[in-house]
Structures are given as C-alpha cells and as structure tokens.
Design a binder for this molecule. Structure first.
Ligand SMILES: [Zn+2]
Ligand SMILES: [Zn+2]
Length: 355
C-alpha cells in the first residue's frame, strides 16, 4: 500500500523489490502495526518522509531467504521460516553518537523503515544488511509483537531515562499504545502507585489500563486542572509523582505534567513525534525550584526493542486485549482512519502467505 500523495488514500501497487544481496534478509510480513505516527505521515506532518512511500515501521514476519549466513543480535543463526522482528531504525554504527555517546538513536544517518524508506505495509520486505534482527518464539502473537518494535521500544527508552524505582509514584499521560507499554514497564520496575490520564473518548483505553494494573485513572476533560493535580498529590502524601511520562503527542500535556511532578522528580516526554508550536513554561516554579529532571526521548535503539520484545514474549502483563482491530493489507486506509479517530486501542494489518 503506497502513499503517493499526502491526505489521499494509499494505493495498492505492485512494487519490484529486487533480489536478496549478501547480508540482506527477505521477510514475508505477518503483522504490520498501525502507529499514530503513520497517521501523521499520511497527513504530511512528518518532515522526514519522501514520496512515494510504503509506510509501516512496526513489522513482524517470517524469513523467506537470507543472502548467505545470517545471525540475529543474540548470535542465533537465521533460516527460512524463522519468526523475526527488527529495529525499525538503521544506524551507521561508526559515528560519534553510535560509538562514543552510545546513543545510536541520535545517529545523524539513522533511516527508518516506513518513514524514510519503504516499510511494512507490504507483503514482503528486504531488510538491508545493517538491520538488527531479533528471532522470537513462534508461539507469540505476531500482531501483539509488532507493537514492541515502536511503542514498546520507545516506552522502554522512556522508562529507562525516567529512572523509576520500586515504591515510586508514576503518572502516565495518555492511554494509547505508548502509554500502555509505559504502564507495563512501570509495573515491571516496581512502581507502587501508577495513574494514567486520558480524555473523553479514551474510556476503553483507560479501562484497559486499570485492568492491567493502573491504580487510578483521570479523565482530564471531566476534572479541572488544579483538582487533578491535587488528586495526584493525594496519592503521594502531598508530594506529587516521582515520574510523569507524557505519551499523548500533545504539547498541552506539559502544563498538567510539570505540575504533577514532585520536587526532585522527572518529567519525561516520548510522546511528541512531529513538530509542534512552542508552549510557555513557568521555568522558575515548575523546573528550577523543583530541581526537576526534564528528559526528551527520541525514538529507541536495539536494546529497547529487545526489552519490549521480552516483555511481550514473557506474557507477564494482560496485553491480550491490546490489539482491538485486525485488518488485511488492502484495508490500510480504513485502519488509518480508525487510528486517527482513536476508535481502537491498537490496529494491526495481518497477512496470509501461501507456503
Ligand atoms: Zn510508531
Ligand atoms: Zn551513527
């Protein structure tokens, strides 16, 4: 399914992908996640995308063929029939950010499948030799696993930077796929009290968060700003949350979020993925006087993908109802519309292949 023009329906096309060169891997897709970023791409809001483009950066598939001997990041040999997922970002592996800072997500040459080059809204995809691949257990639902490669990995990165500790109070702004994965990682890290905030229309997502283990949820359209800040403080002996993680994609979240953080706490923002207007901040009250840690979170690296894949593979969290919509490739336009109206928690394109 090809995006040829922003805001227009994707078109079903035959696209020649060529043959498999040494080091490359030909994969047949099993599941391709519909991400909120795909809606931004479709709407022309992501400045990184060239056209025409096959979108889709969350992929799980089976190997058809490899160009010579191939191994995953754990050193496991890869063969036809193996179930894999991969780091959606391809990095150079030899620049200052890759090697010295050990922050490959900041690599200036990072290229993302489905954003800067063709991706997973397709029957088959050739993974270039720099792609970092992870072989996974064949018993895992590919649709659930697909989310691990974007929302899951970015959530792992955010929770890592937030330095959440056992006993902490955490607030997650936004109950979408990113927020749900952040919730799972906060539970895994031993946060004692976790709240999730959402808006009108998010009721099903907030309910899902409570079922997963969130201690409380807040609908910000129903409770005024100062009341919802007090509500968070009341959950933490008047202090506020040790960590607040923004997963809304909306800059408006910052006003609430910074005020909900306790002195000495962290505000972490993985949700904003496309350019937005600037917003005012009370620098003295909300940042300096609180000794607040403010953490931007840009995408993720292979270590985060690994953490997210393990989280799904181990099945410790009741993520079963997470994928609410399963559609065929031809229904990609419908899937994007559903994602835009937030009618689903998570939508995934599923594929069938003749063996
Ligand atoms: Zn994504
Ligand atoms: Zn690099």
């Amino acid at each position: 399914m090809v995006l040829e023009k922003y805001n227009s329906p994707l078109r079903l096309r035959e696209v020649e992908i060529g043959s498999v060169s040494p080091g490359e891997t030909l994969v047949s897709m099993l599941a391709s996640g519909i991400c909120g970023s795909d809606v931004h791409i479709w709407r022309g809001k992501d400045p990184r995308t060239p056209l025409p483009l096959i979108p889709g950066h969350e992929g799980v598939g089976i190997i058809r063929n490899t160009g010579g001997k191939a191994y995953d990041v754990l050193g496991e040999s890869l063969s036809p029939g193996d179930l894999i997922l991969w780091d959606r970002g391809i990095v150079c592996g030899k620049c200052y950010y890759c090697c010295v800072m050990k922050t490959p997500f900041l690599c200036p040459d990072r290229k993302t499948y489905g954003i800067m080059r063709n991706g997973c809204y397709a029957q088959d995809l050739i993974l270039v030799k720099e792609t970092r691949i992870l072989k996974v257990n064949k018993d895992v639902d590919p649709a659930l696993l697909a989310s691990a490669s974007c929302s899951g990995a970015t959530a792992a990165h955010a929770v890592e930077l937030s330095e959440i500790s056992p006993g902490d109070t955490a607030v997650i702004q936004g109950p979408g796929p990113l927020g749900i994965f952040v919730l799972a990682f906060c539970l895994q890290k031993g946060a004692e009290c976790i709240g999730v905030t959402g808006r009108i229309g998010d009721e099903a997502r907030l309910r899902f968060c409570r079922e997963m283990g969130a201690d409380f949820t807040v609908n910000i359209d129903e409770i005024p700003l100062m009341e919802r800040i007090d509500l968070v403080k009341n959950q933490s002996a008047g202090r506020g949350a040790n960590v607040v993680i923004e997963c809304t994609g909306s800059p408006d979240a910052l006003e609430d979020g910074l005020k909900m953080v306790a002195p000495g706490g962290t505000y972490c923002t993985p949700g904003i993925a496309v350019p937005h207007e600037s917003i005012p901040i009370d620098w003295y009250q909300d940042i300096v006087k609180k000794n607040l840690n403010l953490k931007g979170v840009w995408v993720s690296d292979t270590s985060h993908l690994y953490q997210a894949a393990k989280l799904v593979e181990k099945g410790h969290f009741p993520l079963k109802g997470f994928v609410t919509h399963r559609l065929s490739l031809e229904k990609a336009n419908e899937a994007l519309r559903l994602a835009e109206t937030l009618e689903m928690i998570k939508g995934v394109l599923e594929f069938s292949h003749s063996q």
